[in-house]
Write a protein that binds this ligand. Structure first.
Ligand code: BES
Ligand code: ZN
Length: 458
């Protein structure tokens, strides 16, 4: 291990340069105009992996290509096999004007590297690649076989990867999946995440008149789709922060007293959290702490709301339509299809006959939860402790990684979530950043992890 550790230390400056190259690709999966950038980013990854000494290929899909890279001479079944999953696609960078430097022109300030995708997820998956590079370049034998799966559609629901997993079950058969695509509460609190929320996406469109109308000539005699949509949405949540959709909470597994006690031990205060978010007051479902509200309780969020004239100045119209993009976060044992059904039915029942409501269902993913007491989880905790020199904490996270349930279903393997993003990483927000200390310690964690996991599995 000494050689691996020294190699990592010696090569940090180059690793950062490579991460910067990786971050220059505007690999925005939500926007069709970036298809070519996603392809180019995938090709860059193949070259990067081959340079490291991995057997790498880019697999075309109906969507964006998936990178597969294996440690050489994989012994197929004789040794433990772990799959490292990550994604090279990123969230849209908009609104551009709020970035202090352009999102795809990485910039370092102190130990922070600013760029879209730096934390979510390029920096985190490159940390694992660099750990393997250290093994291969120093000739240190790895105690296991590794396969990297880095996809380009995570931020839009991983549609192609699910099919890919089904087709490549045999090749990807493994003892565990490792993902660094979550967070850690502070530099002093490395973390193992044992639960993620699921998600159910939908779009609501309220159709009114056949065209935008003069609001003076017609206003008062015809319903306003923007008003109707606002009224519908306002009925979905009550003053206690409870979602009013009938059946919404029916399947929710309540938090155990033990879990609540553990979650209450995490660092951070509500007042610091409030200031960090820049809100005058926090809001959430009554009866739960903010940590519980954002990790272990389901939500209904409006992600986008559009109607009428949005340009400068005023335009006196009744808009022809109004639209809302919605996602609901789900917790163990809720089912995305069932929840979408319930939401559709409820909204339809509320909609007045003066407009037509269209609902489109989008991507969905089930919530995930795994025992933090398994030998593999314990091995991961030891690797975190060795790398960070601190006792790790156990987390439930509010975000979603749609593919983890498919890993379980198709590969019959559990996922270890070892996130490296700090709370101020600004994932999905302007000025996303990745802490270069987390980058370095993440590489170290990955290097220890293969030893710990393989020993635990033996
Ligand atoms: N890295 C996140 C997921 C995440 C972030 C989990 C923080 C836990 C803590 C991932 O890239 C992501 O953003 N996923 C999307 C999935 C969705 C588009 C289906 C999400 O959670 O919004
Ligand atoms: Zn993301």
């Amino acid at each position: 291990m000494q050689a691996v550790i020294e190699y990592l230390q010696k090569n940090q400056a180059r690793f950062v340069e490579e991460l910067i190259e990786y971050l220059r690709f505007p690999s925005v999966s939500a926007q069709p105009q970036h298809r070519k950038d996603l392809q180019a980013c995938g090709e860059w990854l193949v070259q990067q992996c081959r340079g490291i000494g991995l057997d790498a290929r880019l697999c075309p899909t109906e969507g964006n290509p998936i990178l597969i890279a294996k440690t050489p001479g994989a012994q197929g079944g004789k040794r433990p096999h772990y799959v490292v999953y990550g994604h090279y696609d990123v969230q849209p960078p908009e609104p551009f004007e709020l970035w202090k430097s352009p999102p795809f022109e990485p910039r370092i300030v102190g130990r922070a590297l600013f760029a879209r995708g730096s934390s979510d997820n390029k920096g985190q998956n490159l940390a694992h690649l660099k750990a393997v590079e250290a093994y291969l370049k120093t000739g240190t034998p790895l105690p296991c076989d590794l396969t990297f799966v880095i996809e380009g559609e995570e931020e839009v629901g991983s549609a192609s990867l699910a099919t890919f997993l089904k087709q490549h079950r045999a090749e990807l058969k493994c003892d565990a999946i490792v993902i660094s695509d979550t967070g850690m509460p502070s530099p002093k609190h490395p973390a193992l995440t044992y639960a993620l929320r699921g998600i159910a996406a939908m779009e609501l469109i309220v159709h009114g008149p056949s065209r935008d109308l003069h609001s003076g000539i017609f206003g008062g005699s015809v319903d306003n789709p923007a008003m109707v949509l606002s009224q519908l949405l306002a009925k979905v949540r009550d003053k206690n922060g409870r979602i009013t959709i009938p059946g919404f909470y029916d399947d929710v597994t309540p938090l155990s007293a033990y879990e609540r006690k553990q979650l209450a031990r995490l660092p951070g205060s509500d007042s610091a959290y409030r200031k960090f978010l820049g809100v005058p007051q926090l809001f959430g479902e009554r009866g739960f702490t903010s940590t519980e509200q954002r990790s272990a309780r389901p939500t209904f969020e409006i992600n986008g709301l559009t109607s009428g004239y949005q340009g400068e100045g005023s335009k006196t119209i009744i808009p022809a339509w109004a639209r809302a993009k919605i996602t609901m976060r789900l917790v163990p044992n809720q089912n995305p299809r069932k929840i979408i059904q319930a939401a559709r039915r409820y909204l339809a029942s509320l909609c007045p006959p003066t407009v037509r409501l269209e609902t489109k269902s989008g991507h969905g993913a089930e919530p995930y939860v795994v025992a933090p007491t398994s030998p593999q989880a314990q091995a991961a905790l030891r690797a975190l402790k060795s790398a960070f020199g601190r006792e790790p904490v156990l987390l439930r996270e509010g975000g979603s990684i749609p593919i983890v349930n498919d890993f379980k279903k198709f590969l019959h393997a559990d996922t270890l979530l070892l996130g490296l993003a700090l709370p101020d990483a600004n994932a999905h927000s302007p000025n996303e950043q990745f802490d270069l200390d987390c980058f370095e310690k993440g590489q170290l964690m990955s290097a220890y992890l293969w030893q710990e996991l393989s020993a635990a599995g033996a």
